[in-house]
Design a protein around this ligand. Structure first.
Ligand SMILES: [Zn+2]
Length: 410
């Protein structure tokens, strides 16, 4: 049994821990009923909320902490907007930062960069890898790290203190897939695979996802890794903002003979849009309420909208439209931002802006990745283009410059 895994009897998500509801006492009378109800219905619980789990009355919300035995946390509302008490949080919204000079609009700000995935020798395990013919393989975790390092230079020039959640292809977690074999077996059995196989010999075998190997690898590179990054963000880095950097992709089929598509697009994510199954887990419900009460949404949505517009202008990419609205909800005014409940956007306890520009296996995206980094412009598929890495880093930096200059009145 792993020490940091909650008891099987606890009703928590994968590798989750039992929530400490008592910390929410610090948020008593810090939010009005109107604002709480708005954030619940328009941001966090857009797919509905079971009345028995969160009940909103006139002067308080009743939030179930555990269902068996049933226990309830009562959150008292602030009587009106003016009487709102100080909101406890470790990060600082733009408006509360000390004055800055116009050419250093990010002065005093702590920004953590979180390059998505691992890359390097882990890229194949992560299934964030494909290779066209004998060209160099495309590995998302290496691309995001490259952009993050370029972005760091630009943000420092604007005055920010830049921190890295990951700055190598080494995992942040000290755990490895072998540590999760037992848990992987239990999860598979619970999900209806009575006698899970260790592995399959052919990686194209559709039964792969029902093997202990595949499950334990995912527990390592996704759940354990991102939860460890959250510990780093929340207890060591203490940023005012986390920027998660990704490249998007659409199904490419066989990674050794991938399908290249015409579609290329852009979207950004902030936390929200919880599913009813997720709300039924004690830790996810708690993390949602804590996040709501910290008012991270107000800040992250405004930043995401500004960064999205900047990236859209620089790249010319159209807004991604999710094929279904089952897991996401469009928010904000730019048309590029969605709320979605991802591990990173939920667990990092500060505003989080999660960027998904470029489809790596689009014809254009792939050609630009293959072209590598260069100064100036080059003609790619008939269009003069900056290097994709510089365009990404420049446009995110420009969005942040715009947002903080305006919010700080510079
Ligand atoms: Zn990604």
């Amino acid at each position: 049994m792993l020490a940091d895994v909650a008891d099987a009897a606890d009703n928590v998500g994968i590798l989750g821990t039992k929530p400490k509801w008592e910390v929410l006492e610090n948020y008593q009378r810090t939010i009005t009923q109107g604002e709480f109800a708005h954030l619940i219905s328009d941001v966090y619980c857009t797919h509905g909320v079971p009345d028995e789990l969160i009940k909103i009355n006139n002067d308080a919300a009743q939030i179930v902490t555990t269902s068996q035995p049933k226990k309830v946390f009562t959150l008292q509302f602030a009587p009106d907007g003016d009487s709102k008490a100080h909101i406890p949080r470790l990060w600082r919204p733009a408006e509360s930062l000390p004055p800055a000079e116009a050419e250093k609009p990010l002065a005093g700000l702590r920004i953590a960069l979180d390059p998505g995935h691992l890359g390097g020798r882990w890229a194949k395990m992560e299934e964030r890898w494909f290779q066209v013919g004998d060209t160099k393989g495309v590995t998302e975790g290496d691309l995001t790290l490259r952009v993050s390092r370029m972005l760091a230079t630009r943000l420092r020039k604007l005055g920010a203190t830049v921190l890295f959640v990951r700055n190598s292809t080494q995992p942040t977690t000290s755990k490895r897939p072998a540590d999760f074999k037992e848990l992987a077996r239990n999860i598979l059995i619970k999900n209806g695979v009575p006698r899970p196989r260790d592995e399959v010999l052919n990686p194209k075998d559709p039964e792969k996802e029902g093997t202990i190997r595949w499950q334990s690898e995912m527990l390592f590179y996704r759940y354990s890794e991102i939860r460890r990054r959250a510990v780093l963000v929340n207890t060591k880095l203490h940023p005012d903002l986390v920027v998660c950097l990704h490249f998007n992709a659409e199904g490419w089929g066989d990674p050794a003979s991938p399908t290249l598509i015409d579609n290329n697009h852009l979207h950004l994510l902030v936390n929200g849009s919880y599913l009813q199954d997720e709300l039924a887990l004690d830790d996810e419900r708690f993390e949602m309420i804590r996040r709501l009460l910290s008012r991270a949404y107000d800040e992250e949505l405004a930043i995401a909208d500004t960064v999205a517009s900047s990236v859209a202008k620089a790249t010319g990419l159209p807004a991604y439209q999710y094929p279904t609205t089952l897991t996401t909800t469009k928010v904000g005014s730019s048309g590029y931002v969605y709320a979605r409940n991802l591990l990173a956007t939920r667990l990092y306890r500060c505003p989080v802006v999660y960027c998904e520009p470029y489809v790596m296996n689009s014809k254009d995206g792939f050609a630009r990745i293959e072209a590598g980094d260069y100064e100036g412009t080059k003609e790619i598929n008939g269009v003069e283009r900056k290097s994709i890495f510089r365009e990404y880093a420049d446009s995110v930096a420009e969005g942040l410059r715009e947002y903080y200059s305006k919010a700080r009145g510079l």
